[in-house]
Design a protein around this ligand. Structure first.
Ligand code: DX5
Ligand code: ZN
Length: 218
């Protein structure tokens, strides 16, 4: 059975001067989710946007908000992101001392819980949490900026994670974030991804909705 990949356009590459227009465009498109990159200038070198902006996007978005926290101590903000309208909340493995507790707290708030891995973090570190998470977000660039080049080694990491998910009968979805484009998306899907994030590939395209439709057609 062939199921099309979940496409989650990243608003980091959208027009911050008129976010409503881009969110409406995505409402009309075949995008499945909206990917929101939250950066604190500590966990990653960049600062993006925060809770009030998520709230504003929630007002216009008809799609689930896939929220990627690139912040230290993300457990402090779980409730705030729920209130702001997040549907899926992903925290970084490297930022959580008590990852299991944080995942449970996200679920208790009624959100889907994701964990993200930086490119150097061993996939094997997920073995004891793979049956508790709803999603694993594999970073295929070093987090912090849109428009970076896909790290090729990520394909092996996706395949290794696919094997772990299947072996454990886990229902976790595998999402891939960073440098996804027309040139590599088929390989990413073949390696075992269920979902892809796309920033520049969508928003720097002449026709963003058509680019999303192309990804959905694979
Ligand atoms: C990077 C972010 C990504 C980024 C992806 O830190 O997590 O979501 O917006 O952008 P592209 O698709 O342009 O690499
Ligand atoms: Zn992201």
């Amino acid at each position: 059975m062939h199921q099309s990949v979940i496409v989650s356009p990243s608003l980091l590459s959208a027009n911050f001067g008129n976010l409503e227009a881009d969110v409406q465009m995505l409402n009309q498109s075949r995008a499945d989710w909206l990917h929101l990159d939250i950066m604190d200038g500590v966990f990653v070198p960049n600062i993006s946007f925060g809770i009030p902006v998520v709230k504003a996007i929630r007002k216009y978005s008809e799609k689930p908000l896939d929220t990627h926290l690139m912040i230290v101590q993300p457990e402090r903000y779980i409730h705030a992101f729920k209130e702001a309208g997040s549907d899926l909340l992903t925290v970084h493995w490297e930022a959580c001392t008590h990852l299991h507790r944080t995942i449970m707290q996200i679920k208790e708030e009624g959100m889907l819980a994701g964990v993200s891995l930086n490119p150097h973090t061993p996939i094997s570190g997920l073995e004891d949490i793979i049956n508790d998470v709803d999603l694993v977000l594999i970073m295929s660039v070093n987090p912090g900026f849109g428009g970076q080049k896909f790290i090729p080694r990520s394909l092996h990491r996706i395949a290794e994670l696919r094997d772990m998910v299947d072996r454990n009968n886990s229902e976790a979805l595998i999402e891939v974030d960073g440098g996804v484009s027309r040139d590599n998306i088929q390989q990413i899907i073949d390696a075992g991804a269920d979902a892809v994030v796309a920033g520049n590939a969508v928003f720097r395209s002449e026709d963003p909705a058509a680019e999303i439709a192309f990804m959905k057609s694979l």
